[in-house]
Design a protein around this ligand. Sequence first.
Ligand SMILES: Cc1cc2nc3c(=O)[nH]c(=O)nc-3n(C[C@H](O)[C@H](O)[C@H](O)COP(=O)(O)OP(=O)(O)OC[C@H]3O[C@@H](n4cnc5c(N)ncnc54)[C@H](O)[C@@H]3O)c2cc1C
Length: 452
Amino acid sequence: MGATTITENAVNQARQRTEIAVVGGGLAGLLAAVKLARAGKQVVLLEQAKGLGGRAATTVKGDVRFNLGPRALYLHGAAHRLLTELEIPFTGAVPNTGKGMGYYGGREYLLPRNMSQILSTSLLSWREKWQLFRFFQQIHSFDLEPLQRTSIHEWVTTRYGTGALANLFFGLFRLSTYAADLELISAGATLAQFRIGLTGNVWYIDGGWQSIVDRLRDRAVGLGVQIHTGAHVHAVRSTAAGVLVQATHQPDLHAAAAILAVSPQVASLLLALPEPHELVRWSVDSRPVHAACLDIALSRLTRPEHRFGLGLDEPTYASVHSAAAKFAPPGVAVIHVMKYLQSNQEQSARDNEQQLEGVLDRLQPGWRTHVLTRRYLPSMAVTHALPLAAQGGLTGRPNVAVANRPGVFLAGDWVGQHGQLADAAAASAATAAALILGSATATSAMRELEYA
Ligand SMILES: Cc1cc2nc3c(=O)[nH]c(=O)nc-3n(C[C@H](O)[C@H](O)[C@H](O)COP(=O)(O)OP(=O)(O)OC[C@H]3O[C@@H](n4cnc5c(N)ncnc54)[C@H](O)[C@@H]3O)c2cc1C
């Protein structure tokens, strides 16, 4: 976890005025703080936890580093683009999956990754192979705008039925969006995310995402950002002079503008928004995405060539992240196993853990005798809001500028009309900073973060 960056003594002397207050020291808050500080703004960042990073933090267990469940940075996504723009150094590598396996109908299949594997797989019929080939030919020319209000489940089943090909798509779309609610997520948003992965691939990050968090913190501190950890913000009010931010163990902070890089529920509470406010109404209908994560370090793999497994007719995932990036000493295998959770199903944490152990039994039979350390996270919030077809997909998410709260902006993986997951957090952070700097409209700020 990131270290506390100012002493208690310094906290007491903290200035009561700043140009910009940032609430939340996850990726969104840190990215916004660095972007604003680079433009010469005076920034104070308040984080309630002891360390920085939020959901991008990495846990150190002995000499093993576990992200909070699997993490993959989209190389053609807004987060990568903004980190590059801000000159934040980090290293990593594309997943080294070996024989990637797909599970369907109780059987194991090699996941087809190129034309010859599509032709030779016994997973698909000849008609489905042709349909899959056509899909990859057409994916970049689909008009996604009209598909924002259609669910991906409806889009897939209308075109491809409900057989093996449809389930292959379901597995791939869960992989790129983390959504198990395929009847709810927008087809436009899903296909856009799939395209980003297809054109740019992803990276597992050496040392975990904490490496990025730590470099962001270093850059922020170097640029003069005041970072206060252990500072729980309990109220944010628009005033005639700007914005007043109140936090425990902190003097009242007066700022010209504030960015709330927190969840929709926390943002609504901090702003004391009335029930009819559009953010509160949107928040009631929104669906967060959760996952059950089993993080495991093994002294060795039992099937070294099988390093990736994806459920096609079940919402599961397993990947040996250490085969690509550095998370542990050489020879130690760091594996993330995950179940994508449906929002409308009560599921027992223990049953889910046993299911995840079963997933690993398939990929690495006999793994139980090689466990060095493990950690189970029964319900991680992957993203605070699924882009719902019923809400218009990406276009239905809240704007960065908060209605009727002058000087207050939002950032996070549920804000703005661009991207998903960390890319949405980065895009909204960049947009909030650009709006504060007056250098761009929300639309032009987002366009700058798109790869051609
Ligand atoms: C299992 C899992 C897998 C994921 N995989 C991927 C992936 O492969 N690719 C990808 O792009 N994204 C992935 N994500 C999503 C990504 O991690 C998040 O989108 C991103 O980290 C969100 O950053 P954030 O800053 O918006 O939110 P957070 O990280 O949640 O940060 C919010 C911060 O605000 C602080 N805070 C809250 N309330 C207050 C308060 N009142 N006062 C002060 N501070 C407060 C919190 O402590 C926290 O540090 C995954 C997430 C999970 C859980």
